[in-house]
Ligand binder design. Structure first.
Ligand code: PMP
Length: 403
């Protein structure tokens, strides 16, 4: 019998979809193809210099030893101040945890709380890691479709209908990846009324795109809009997106102390905390001038405008203008069942993204990865010229499809 390596529990778990697309794009590029990679979700800006200098200073000052498992005092204070400043929230140091990216904070939270077989509610389209983290930890992801006609937002009645005695978590994300959906305070309050009726339910509010928000909206943190949910909620955030710091791997969570304590236990056996030097950099990001954050967000808004305008002129593709984050989720239902020049049928959005990669040389991710189909997700974290060329190429390839 052949040696088996992976545990059964991994059988339904998928590797990160966007990383997979980018790897394929890289391989095609290495083979000489001209590929525009709009797969991966990370800002294309450099980390601001004052943040890098803070890391350098920290390393030279000897901050090179094991940090506290749950985060350095300096960074926790910076997070506490940030939550007060931006979200009018008060969290003590023992109600804050720092991890290796928001992703680890999410993993910690689920691992610390979920019994095997318990359900986690996901609002589709949702960040693909949510589903895979739940699966790897023996939970049951339960998808609530949040279609375009609802603004890709969770509706209170759909939430109420999805909750059972076996539901442990609801995951929320605003602004959202991949649809760019945002929630107003009133919309959050309506959901809050439902959540409040189910005190056994925990809520993970992923606010990592908080600062990448358009049309003069002001981001609403869930607990800010619904203070009564404080005991049920972990607010997850990080520096990856706002400060162009994806490689530094620093995220954080704010939650009631017993939940943070349970997560710290998990983290103490996984990573012993996050890199001390990156924590110093993240503290400098949160405490320092915020001009770059506004500059990045303004650039993402211009790109959003460009993509929305261009997609209007591509027959058969639709785009509901995203209110935040840096993705464009293109609706492509009209293209299904059309044929490529060699007769291949575009059966679903996975086939369409494959075609776009091969024919247009544009790497994108299929919406089905995010639990709602058929869509194609383009990352708008690329220059306006790059986005413009990508859309030219997509328009040409789409025009070649036959009925
Ligand atoms: N949440 C969402 C919604 C994301 O899109 C991402 C990154 N793609 C993360 C969390 C992970 O962020 P980090 O780099 O801090 O782990």
């Amino acid at each position: 019998m052949a040696t088996q390596y992976a545990a059964n529990r991994l059988s339904a778990v998928l590797p990160s979809a966007s990383a997979g697309v980018s790897q394929l794009a890289g391989e095609l590029r290495a083979a000489g193809r001209d590929i525009i990679d709009l797969g991966l979700g990370e800002p294309d800006f450099d980390t601001p210099a004052h943040i890098i200098e803070a890391a350098h200073r920290a390393a030279l000052a000897g901050q090179t030893r094991y940090p506290p498992t749950d985060g350095s005092g300096e960074l926790k204070e910076a997070v506490a101040q940030k939550l007060k400043r931006d979200n009018a929230l008060e969290y003590a140091h023992n109600e804050i945890i720092v991890g290796n990216g928001a992703k680890q904070v999410i993993f910690d939270a689920v691992m610390a709380t979920l019994e095997p077989g318990q359900e986690v509610l996901l609002c589709a389209p949702h960040f693909d890691s949510y589903r895979n983290i739940v699966l790897v930890l023996g939970g049951v992801p339960k998808v609530i479709p949040c279609p375009a006609e609802n603004g890709f937002r969770l509706q209170p009645a759909d939430l109420e209908a999805a909750i059972t005695p076996n539901t442990r978590w609801l995951f929320m994300n605003s602004p959202s990846n991949p649809a760019g959906a945002t929630y107003s305070a009133d919309q959050l309050r309506e959901l809050g009324e439902v959540i409040q009726r189910h005190p056994q339910l925990l809520v993970l509010s992923d606010e990592i795109y908080e600062h990448i928000i358009f049309d003069k909206q002001k981001h609403q943190s869930l607990v800010e809009a619904c203070p009564q949910l404080r005991d049920q909620t972990i607010c997850v955030n990080g520096v990856s997106k706002a400060y162009a710091m994806t490689g530094w791997r620093i995220g954080y969570g704010a939650a009631p102390q017993p939940l943070i304590a349970a997560m710290t236990k998990v983290q103490s056996q996984i990573s012993s905390g996050a890199c001390s030097i990156a924590q110093a950099a993240a503290a400098a990001a949160l405490n320092g001038p915020q001009d770059d954050v506004a500059r990045f967000s303004a650039a993402f808004e211009r790109r959003r405008d460009l993509v929305v305008e261009r997609v209007k002129h591509i027959p058969s593709l639709t785009l509901d203008p995203p209110g935040g984050a840096f993705y464009a989720l293109l609706g492509c239902s009209e293209l299904l069942n059309r044929k490529t020049a060699d007769g291949t049928v575009i059966a679903d959005d996975v086939a369409l993204t494959r075609y776009l990669l091969e024919d247009a040389g544009v790497a994108a991710v299929a919406g089905s990865v995010y639990g709602l189909a058929p869509f194609v997700r383009l990352s708008t974290a690329a220059s306006e010229d790059t986005l413009s060329s990508a859309l030219d190429r997509i328009a040409q390839s789409v025009a070649k499809l036959n009925d």
